[in-house]
Design a protein around this ligand. Structure first.
Ligand SMILES: [Zn+2]
Length: 310
């Protein structure tokens, strides 16, 4: 199964070398540097073959649906509608670079779709999720006062497509002998559900977050349910978008922390992490909501009161 020269491995390497922006890619980048990617090359089961004749957009070469039907808007914007997989990129210094050409620059949700597409190019994909657009959780993501890369991250989280250790192992990207335990607590396998809901470290962050909002809550173990239940009852859509910013800042900060622990050997530091969650949510809401005039001090003292007046 080891095919170090396969397009698949080179795609991954190319991404590792060319992108450093979002956390997901940072994670992959760090993994390249620190873990050598042997487990990836040894374990990748579904390798993209040379792709001479396969039409990139119109054939079902990734999963059981064409990329054209999976991402119709991106397809419409593509200037490479008839290109084969092989013509969608190039080799440079022995690594594969995808080279997408668009009729105009991508914006908003289109960027998130591109990240999703890149995620599919990374991981063996099964379109098992059904129509996520009709799911209220997925429909809500795009309304939230958070940066687009964070919303795209949450999208992947709700689809359970983050490269948690459990996901990597299930996709045969992590060997049976490799450590799949949660890097924050070392007490259970690192599933999304564990990392973002059940982990004792995360639970303490959620408790601090609820206390900060002046609420008590029983946490749902399901990440999706928890996301849907998070806004207070009776909130307007705008207020919900602000409350979900808190939710997103927490899961995003947990993921950042987890990556620092995994790839930089950082320690778990709860107090600073809690503060970071508060700061980020304030910055995000401030950036997205016109006329939001609350100071950091006001937000920190009583976010719910600030949210009341959104
Ligand atoms: Zn844990």
């Amino acid at each position: 199964m080891t095919e170090p020269d396969s397009l698949w491995c080179k795609v991954v390497k190319a991404r590792c070398e060319t992108r450093g922006g979002s956390s997901w890619w940072n994670d992959i980048t760090s993994a390249c540097v620190l873990e050598g990617w042997n487990w990836f090359e040894n374990g990748a089961q579904k390798l993209v073959r040379e792709g001479n004749d396969t039409a990139f957009w119109t054939e079902s070469w990734l999963g059981n649906e064409s990329l054209q039907s999976r991402f119709p808007r991106l397809y419409n914007l593509s200037k490479q509608k008839r290109y084969s997989v092989k013509n969608m990129g190039m080799w440079s210094n022995g690594v594969w670079h995808w080279d997408f050409k668009w009729r105009r620059s991508l914006r908003g949700r289109e960027e998130a779709w591109l990240e999703e597409l890149m995620g599919m190019l990374m991981f063996e994909n099964a379109n098992e999720e059904g129509d996520s657009d009709s799911d209220p959780a997925f429909a809500s993501i795009w309304t939230v006062c958070a940066p687009s890369n964070v919303r795209a991250f949450v999208w992947r989280l709700l689809l359970d497509r983050l490269p948690t250790r459990d996901n990597l192992r299930r996709r045969h990207l992590l060997g049976e002998d490799d450590d799949a335990r949660c890097p924050l607590c070392q007490q259970a396998d690192e599933t999304s559900e564990h990392l973002f809901s059940l982990c004792p470290v995360t639970t303490r962050l959620w408790s601090a977050c609820y206390a900060w909002r002046g609420m008590q809550s029983v946490l749902s173990a399901s990440v999706r349910e928890h996301f849907l239940q998070f806004p207070m009852i009776g909130r307007s859509k705008k207020q919900q978008a602000g409350e979900w910013a808190l939710w997103m800042s927490l899961v995003w900060t947990v993921w950042m922390l987890r990556n620092k622990v995994v790839f930089q050997g950082a320690n778990v530091e709860l107090e600073n992490t809690s503060k970071l969650i508060q700061v980020k949510s304030w910055q995000w809401v401030k950036a997205k909501v016109d006329g939001f005039s609350y100071s950091w001090f006001e937000w920190r003292s009583n976010p719910s009161a600030c949210m009341d007046l959104l």
